[in-house]
Design a binder for this molecule. Structure first.
Ligand code: SF4
Length: 228
């Protein structure tokens, strides 16, 4: 249901910039310490958890990884593990055969090509099985603090469009738009904040617009009328 008490879309560059700054400020106030919900102790564990999180909730991944890392504590342990055995270990995360192949492949690649260290460059990470651009951005941003890009998951994808920060549907293009719009020092925190915002307030179905601090700046077509 359209909820038409929002401001009209800003026309000038200055008005668009002012709106963006209000949105960023609201996210800072809502989530001043937002970070990645996937539990990890190092870059390798974050890479594994991120590969497992495809089509799966972070909660489920967090249930599976402690036992996985207990059974295969090092990269070398996972590189030497039979794929079928790993698949059984991660079964509940879904797509487990493919994920197991990627995990073992990632461990072998990191051992043989990168001396057992998770690489810190986007072009290197993209050669690791299971690591596409989103995964690489998660690892570089969260484990190493390197703002290589903006993580575009399903929440960032939906909310960037709702807030008219992009017109695109494809994650790669959305990321390019966000990288142009946002200052680089916001690339890492923006994704963490928007992912929390998407889970708690701006959900896919029935967004809680009545308690959204961005509401006056939101002219999304699917805004929801507040309950009476
Ligand atoms: S919660 Fe509602 S008002 Fe807030 S950004 Fe999402 S759609 Fe717009």
């Amino acid at each position: 249901m359209c909820y038409c008490r929002a401001l009209p879309a800003p026309k000038t560059k200055a008005a668009k910039q002012a709106r963006l700054e209000r949105i960023l400020k609201a996210l800072d106030q809502l989530y001043p310490n937002a970070t990645c919900a996937l539990r990890h102790r190092n870059a390798w564990e974050l890479l594994v958890a991120t590969i497992l999180s495809a089509q799966c909730t972070d909660e489920r991944v967090n249930q599976v990884t402690p036992e996985l890392f207990r059974k295969y504590p090092t990269i070398a342990d996972l590189a030497a593990a039979p794929v079928e055995e790993v698949a059984q270990q991660i079964r509940s995360t879904g797509f487990y055969n493919n994920k197991a192949k990627n995990l073992v492949g990632a461990a072998r690649t990191i051992l043989t090509k990168f001396h057992g260290e998770v690489p810190r460059r986007m072009q290197d990470l993209l050669t690791v099985p299971g690591a596409a651009r989103k995964t690489a951005n998660v690892v570089l941003g969260t484990a190493f603090g390197i703002p290589s890009g903006v993580v575009v998951d399903t929440h960032v994808q939906r909310i960037a469009r709702r807030l008219d920060l992009t017109k695109h549907d494809q994650p790669v293009k959305i990321e390019q738009d966000l990288m142009k719009l946002l200052p680089q020092e916001r690339w890492i925190s923006f994704s963490h904040q928007v992912i929390h915002f998407g889970r708690e307030i701006c959900s896919a179905r029935k967004p809680k617009c009545h308690r959204c601090p961005i509401e006056p700046d939101c002219y999304a077509k699917d805004k929801v009328k507040p309950p009476r």
